[in-house]
Write a protein that binds this ligand. Structure first.
Ligand SMILES: Nc1nc2c(c(=O)[nH]1)N[C@H]1C(S)=C(S)[C@@H](COP(=O)(O)O)O[C@H]1N2
Ligand SMILES: [Mo]
Length: 251
């Protein structure tokens, strides 16, 4: 069977199972390894149906890109908690000491300085950032595609997720390899033609334009590649499901 008809079959199966009951859909998803880390509990079957269906239908699709004329004149930066003395110290040094550590299931664990990251091949995109609370803005983002960083460190074949952590306490997320390798997923260091302002996550944030704003974590300092999310936090994949939000926030 070719890939497409297999995909149609699974998707049709999921839809039929979904009509017959979310729990049945969850069993179909399980058979194809499409259960998200927060797929247990009360909302689990719904989360599984969303994730599995989107993964099969939109695996390679691109988030919409805009023209320079559509960039928001006055983008809204979400309020950020206290970033702490260590952050302030780095900021006073122009972030020369900022590092992004990459570890876990990689052949060559590494720690990159900001200037090393800026010397990597970069790309830019004009995309929409949408908060689950209703506001949004369009900005131009400049950064290193995450896939490039994963190439440099040599991701092992059994890798399934990239976990990313912020210097801001309590903020950590993860994405699956489909989103990690997606061409629009950036480790962003620039915005609207300049350096990335602190209010918008500078010096470094992840941009995941195919998911809601909360997956675009600001002030990232560490990436961990893993085959499982069980050992991180409460094992639900990120801080979001611990606070009642979905791990997969595809749009
Ligand atoms: N470290 C950190 N990252 C974060 C947040 C935060 O408060 N701290 N807020 C998240 C949420 S809920 C959204 S909607 C976006 C907001 O991005 P913005 O500040 O560029 O508008 O950042 C996400 N990343
Ligand atoms: Mo948000």
């Amino acid at each position: 069977m070719n890939k497409l008809s297999r995909r149609t079959l699974i998707t049709t199966g999921l839809a039929a199972a979904g009509a017959g009951g979310l729990a049945v859909a969850a069993r179909v998803a399980q058979r194809y390894g499409l259960v998200p880390p927060d797929g247990g509990g009360l909302y689990g079957p719904g989360e599984t149906l969303t994730y599995a269906t989107q993964r099969l239908l939109t695996r390679h699709s691109l988030a919409r890109e805009f023209t320079p004329g559509q960039v928001s004149k006055d983008p809204f930066a979400n309020a950020v908690g206290r970033l702490g003395d260590a952050f302030q110290h780095l900021q006073e040094g122009g972030f020369a000491g900022w590092r992004l550590a990459v570890d876990g299931m990689v052949a060559r664990p590494a720690s990159f300085s900001l200037s090393e990251l800026r010397s990597f091949p970069w790309r830019s995109q004009i995309t929409h950032l949408a908060c689950e609370e209703g506001w949004s803005y369009i900005a131009e983002w400049k950064g290193v595609p995450l896939s490039h960083i994963l190439d440099v460190v040599g991701t092992l074949p059994q890798a399934r997720y990239v976990v990313y952590r912020s210097m801001e306490p309590g903020w950590w997320e993860s994405i699956d390899m489909a989103d990690a390798l997606h061409p629009q997923t950036f480790v962003a260091h620039g915005m609207n033609g300049g350096e990335l302002p602190v209010a918008f996550g500078g010096p470094l944030r992840l941009r995941v334009p195919r998911q809601l704003g909360y997956k675009s974590v600001k002030y990232i300092t560490r990436l961990t590649i893993s085959d499982s999310l069980k050992g991180f936090g409460k094992g639900l994949g990120s801080a979001s499901p611990e606070g009642g939000y979905a791990w997969y926030a595809g749009i």
